[in-house]
Design a protein around this ligand. Sequence first.
Ligand code: FES
Length: 134
Amino acid sequence: MNVIVVHADGPYHCSGALELRSADSRIIATPSEAWLCRCGLSRDKPYCDGSHAQAGLAAEPLSVGSIEPEQGAGVLRIRTRKDGPLKLEGGCEVRTEDGKVLLRGNETALCRCGSSKRKPFCDGTHREVGFEAG
Ligand code: FES
């Protein structure tokens, strides 16, 4: 199963059959594991570079989305949206570090600007804060 663990004070830890794509849909990597920035501060987006230490993410509660029945195995496509979230397509489960399921499904958008009020999900706030990323 493809799993994304939301680290309370840091990045998304993604594991499974991953396909990372750029905003123009080019495949940039097909790893089995990746640490992706969710604070918006990394200088190596979409990857985490440790900059979250300044972001204060741990103090914010996490929201719960839809939880569907167990998803079959398959590729999880993670595409960056220009100046926006990480768009996920494919079966996956999004969890907290202690195993609480926040979402199970085939499609969602995860915040990577660090400003959503519904973390880990994108709520469109990236437009208000002027988030810029390819
Ligand atoms: S990417 Fe953060 S609110 Fe959309």
